[in-house]
Write a protein that binds this ligand. Structure first.
Ligand SMILES: Cc1cc2nc3c(=O)[nH]c(=O)nc-3n(C[C@H](O)[C@H](O)[C@H](O)COP(=O)(O)OP(=O)(O)OC[C@H]3O[C@@H](n4cnc5c(N)ncnc54)[C@H](O)[C@@H]3O)c2cc1C
Length: 285
């Protein structure tokens, strides 16, 4: 039996009170925040699809988009991995456990995983780009028998920057081929050195035309990964990227995240590479 992952209908304007239940340091400058939904009826009905994001709101400071990094089966609280970038993310990093903030969501289109049962999958993450892929990884581990080969390549500048590294052996034991790689190794690093694209280039792909690639990370990385995958025989329509732009309303009204003819918040953040390839190359868009 399979489970379709769909988000329920909800009021996109309503900000829910959430409490910081746990804060976990991940890699330098990055932490994970588990937010417990305060209202019991909301907590019991809140669902999200892998790849979706929430808007986190600190009164007086602002509201920002943060991907959900939790297992889609978790209930009552929802985790976000956050890189300290500016005002709001810095304030989030300073919140003590027990503090209250606001959350709207979930928003956006998730990874189209239900369309690809039976296929081989290649997931490619750069840096904190692994966060929006983590719910997908949880889903794949729970439904491992529904898919063919699954390869997961993740890269960081150095070993201390590899996100969720304590989970890699469980992911490997759960049937994923996990390939962490770093730009610069150190004496303690026994693994790959080089960019994620170098691993992708050498990856054993048994049936490229039946392989789907999903990637999240710096746009340049996703663009090169897409070229390599397509050169190796993956169909362009089976390549997906997750994009980021400043956003405000999260429901396609304000226009902040317009990207060519589409809005990242409601048409994305996950797009088929086919749909965005030409505009990804336009500088400053
Ligand atoms: C769909 C989506 C999902 C996201 N998921 C995550 C996540 O899981 N974890 C995470 O840490 N961040 C995520 N982000 C990025 C996050 O929203 C921004 O880092 C955040 O808005 C920064 O807010 P701030 O007030 O701390 O920084 P600001 O003071 O607003 O900005 C600090 C710096 O970051 C730049 N910046 C701000 N917003 C963005 C953006 N959206 N994209 C690129 N650069 C930006 C600014 O230009 C500035 O240089 C996501 C963004 C989107 C659109």
């Amino acid at each position: 039996m399979t489970s379709a992952i769909t988000a329920p209908r909800f009021d996109p304007w309503r900000t829910h009170a959430v409490r910081v239940a746990r804060k976990t340091p991940e890699v330098p400058g990055v932490f994970t925040c588990d937010l417990a939904i305060q209202e019991a009826t909301v907590a019991s009905t809140y669902r999200f699809a892998p790849g979706q994001f929430n808007m986190l709101y600190i009164p007086g400071l602002g509201e920002i988009a943060i991907s959900i990094c939790d297992d889609p089966q978790s209930r009552g609280s929802v985790a976000h991995t956050i890189r300290i970038a500016g005002n709001v993310t810095h304030a989030l990093s300073e919140l003590a456990v027990g503090s209250t903030l606001g959350l709207r969501g979930p928003f956006g289109v998730g990874w189209p995983i239900d369309e690809y049962r039976g296929r081989d999958l290649v997931l490619v993450a750069g840096g904190i780009g692994l966060a929006p892929l983590r719910p997908l990884i949880c889903h794949l581990l729970a439904h491992r028998q529904e898919f063919g080969e699954i390869h997961l390549i993740m890269g960081a500048r150095e070993p201390s920057g590899l996100l969720y590294s304590a989970e890699y052996s469980a992911w490997q034991d759960g049937g994923l081929n996990v390939y962490p790689t770093v730009d610069r190794g150190d004496d303690s690093w026994p693994g790959h050195i080089g960019m994620v694209t170098a691993i992708l280039d050498r990856l054993p792909l048994c049936r490229p035309a039946e392989t789907v690639m999903m990637s999240c990370g710096p746009e340049t990385m996703m663009w090169y990964a897409a070229q390599i995958a397509i050169d190796r025989g993956v169909r362009p329509e089976s390549v997906y990227v997750s994009l980021e732009r400043n956003m405000n309303c999260a429901i396609g009204l304000c226009g902040h995240c317009q990207f060519g003819p589409q809005f990242l918040c409601k048409d994305g953040p996950i797009f088929s590479y086919n749909r965005v390839a030409s505009i990804m190359k336009v500088a400053d868009l």
